[in-house]
Design a protein around this ligand. Structure first.
Ligand SMILES: [Ca+2]
Length: 106
């Protein structure tokens, strides 16, 4: 099951629809449309490296206007894996989770 995953620019496709992901997957985001595939109806398309502060320099913190900002599902009470922080251990408490490892902070 995939929730709140962000995949961009992979060579074949960002998410492999043949990988038998659970249909309970949700709120994933891709650059190529593969997040909006048979395994997920609410996947988001259009993410790009421009969604990050400076991908070329290795800074993958997301921008406030990133394609997947505020498009995630709240996993604080998820029965499979609950958490409420981002990769920087900052709380995801703005009320709208961002998809991916980082939560935008000004
Ligand atoms: Ca947010």
């Amino acid at each position: 099951m995939l929730k709140n995953n962000l995949a961009i620019g992979n060579s074949d496709y960002d998410f492999d629809a043949d990988a038998n992901f659970s249909t309970d997957s949700s709120n994933n985001c891709s650059s190529d449309g593969s997040a909006a595939s048979a395994f997920e109806t609410d996947g988001i398309t259009g993410a790009s490296e421009n969604d990050f502060v400076l991908a070329a320099g290795g800074n993958y913190h997301i921008k406030s206007d990133a394609t997947c900002a505020n498009e995630g599902t709240n996993l604080a009470s998820d029965p499979d894996l609950s958490f409420s922080t981002d990769i920087d251990l900052q709380q995801r408490d703005d009320g709208s989770w961002d998809i991916g490892a980082d939560e935008y902070f000004p």
